[in-house]
Ligand binder design. Structure first.
Ligand code: FES
Length: 144
């Protein structure tokens, strides 16, 4: 069996929604200190919906595929749905990732959530901090 699914290879070779949104309403940048990879998600939000989303990922193929898939999964969705995105859902949508690459999908989940939190912060919208990554807990980096 191939190490990477067709879907991973497709999103790695033809990533969707790559780029920058200059006037983004929320931006989330996260990094994995272990591998050094960095992911940045830009959100355009209108009427509590993700009107547009773009990403820049400086990282491995699995991180690129994960961010590409994550953008497709939240595009057009209400914010309330976008913040429930999990790395497991991203991995499943990609038809799986090798075990030692699961942490790459964690970056995608965290980048989306960090961008939503940035949107909330910019607009003074109250939220439950426990719904978001702390940015200090790197335990998942070597666990996944
Ligand atoms: Fe770092 Fe994939 S190896 S995110």
């Amino acid at each position: 069996m191939a190490l990477y699914s067709e879907k991973v290879m497709d999103h790695f070779r033809n990533p969707r929604n790559v780029g920058v949104i200059e006037d983004a309403d929320g931006v989330g940048e996260v990094g994995n200190p272990v591998c050094g990879d960095i992911m940045k998600i830009y959100l355009k939000i209108e009427d509590d919906k993700i009107k547009d989303v773009k990403f820049e990922t400086f990282g491995c193929g699995s991180a690129i595929a994960s961010s590409s898939m994550a953008t497709e999964m939240i595009m057009g969705k209400p914010i309330s749905e976008a913040i429930t995105l999990t790395n497991r859902a991203v991995t499943e949508a990609l038809d799986g990732l090798p075990a030692h690459k699961l942490h790459c999908s964690v970056l995608a989940e965290e980048a989306v959530k960090t961008a939503v939190r940035d949107y909330y912060d910019r607009n003074g919208i109250a939220y439950d901090p426990s719904q978001f990554p702390s940015g200090e807990d790197c335990a998942h980096c070597d666990r996944a």
